[in-house]
Every structure is written in structure tokens, then in C-alpha cells.
Design a protein around this ligand. Structure first.
Ligand SMILES: [Zn+2]
Length: 240
């Protein structure tokens, strides 16, 4: 069930993924929002649990980690006020015991690392310290990083990093919103969108961002408050 990914002519083995069928309770809810400047612009947004054991969140976790590590590995350092070129990245496939030894060398050299656990418990290491393994210019790293993250183990946290490459979820989530809360819904976004469509709203735009998914819709121009509050109430009463 393994698959090889080519890194500068040599191969790093990645193992194909077993999809998790667990979905957290937290991911079965969504929020109903309205635009601060225009009551008729509404938004339904999924609430995510960011768990590696949640089938709904795992694709977003992969995407977010890829974007995060790709950026970190391409960053240069500021030395005497000037940005240096990014260091080459070394990739090696190893196991947890060997990583204990290799990891100490990375620490001693003041380097950064990310370890990505695969479903067979092997670790794929990315580091900017030469500890053997394949050296890849950080600019051409993207495809390899994606293959390794796409195949990583799920269930418990598969990606660990040094402090400099750590991902701050709170920071990713931080965004200034133009929307204010109408209410919390007890159903996932998809079910709420069906309800909105059943009320005869055609202008529904589904979207997906780095860390969220949802749908925006506009209340039809000809609607008065009775129709709007009927929709709001029906959404609030949905249950799975
Ligand atoms: Zn989730």
C-alpha cells in the first residue's frame, strides 16, 4: 500500500491514507450570521473542531498545515537587518528511535524541523540542518511536502515541529468579521443550506476558505419581515 514520491531523483516512501469515519459532535453545528451593514446578506458558516480524528476537519488540517509549513520553509532569516536566502531543506524517512538521535543534532545546530508521521508509524523529517537525507531547495519543495502531508496518519496529532515552525491555530482563525451572529444552528452547514433553498432562496454561494467552509445567501428583494423571520425560525429549529 506504499507509494514513492520522488525527491531529487531518490524516493521517499509514503503510505496511502485510510480515511477516518469519525466525525466530532462539534463539527455538526454551524452558525447563522448577518452582515453588519446589510441585514439581507446572510452567512452560514461551519464550526470546526480542528481534530485529526474528525473526517470533516482532516482535509482542512492537511491544507492548513501544507500552507503553513510551505511558507515557513521558504522563509529566509533576518541577519544584521537583511533578509537572507532561505536555507535548503533536508528530507529523510526514519523511525521514532532514530529521530531521537537525529533530533538532538538539529537542536544543537539551532535548526528547525517538522516531523510528519505516516500510517505505518514511520516519520518523514523536514529540517534545515544537514543531517543526511535528500537536500531540496526550499523553493521546489511544495509537491513533496503536499504528498507527505496528504498521506500522513490521522487519529492523533501526526505533525510536530520545532518552535520556529510551530503553527498557531488561534492566529490562523483570527479575522475581522463583517458579520454578526443571528444564532447557533444544531445542524451542519449543508443541511442549513438545503433549508434556505427550500424556502425559495436561489442566490446561495457556497465557499471554502483556508480554515472554514460555508455559504452566503441574499434574502430575496421582495421578502418582507414575515418571510425573513419564518426562515430564521425554521433554521433555528432544525435538528439532526
Ligand atoms: Zn471537526
Amino acid at each position: 500500500m506504499g507509494r514513492n514520491v520522488e525527491v531529487n531523483g531518490s524516493k521517499v516512501r509514503v503510505v496511502s491514507l485510510k480515511p477516518s469515519d469519525m466525525t466530532s459532535k462539534k463539527c455538526n453545528v454551524s452558525v447563522h450570521l448577518k452582515h453588519k451593514l446589510n441585514d439581507k446578506e446572510r452567512r452560514l458558516s461551519g464550526v470546526m473542531c480542528h481534530s485529526w480524528s474528525c473526517s470533516r476537519c482532516v482535509p482542512y488540517m492537511r491544507k492548513n498545515w501544507l500552507a503553513h509549513l510551505d511558507t515557513k520553509m521558504r522563509e529566509g532569516e533576518v541577519v544584521s537587518g537583511r533578509m537572507t536566502a532561505p536555507k535548503p531543506i533536508y528530507i529523510l524517512s526514519t523511525n521514532k528511535r532514530r529521530w531521537e538521535t537525529i533530533g538532538k543534532r538539529v537542536y544543537r545546530a539551532g535548526g528547525e524541523f517538522a516531523t510528519v508521521e505516516q500510517p505505518d508509524s514511520s516519520l518523514i523529517i523536514f529540517t534545515n540542518v544537514d543531517v543526511g537525507g535528500e537536500s531540496v531547495p526550499s523553493l521546489s519543495l511544495g509537491a513533496t511536502l503536499k504528498a507527505v502531508i496528504d498521506s500522513c496518519a490521522t487519529g492523533r496529532k501526526p505533525i510536530r515541529t520545532s518552535a520556529g515552525w510551530r503553527r498557531n491555530v488561534a492566529e490562523d482563525e483570527k479575522h475581522r468579521s463583517n458579520y454578526t451572529l443571528i444564532n447557533l444552528l444544531r445542524v451542519p452547514v449543508g443541511r442549513a443550506v438545503d433549508e434556505v433553498r427550500q424556502h425559495g432562496v436561489n442566490d446561495v454561494r457556497e465557499w471554502e476558505s483556508k480554515s472554514r467552509f460555508g455559504a452566503d445567501y441574499a434574502v430575496p428583494e421582495q421578502w418582507g419581515w414575515p418571510q425573513v423571520s419564518e426562515l430564521d425560525n425554521d433554521l433555528a429549529e432544525l435538528e439532526e
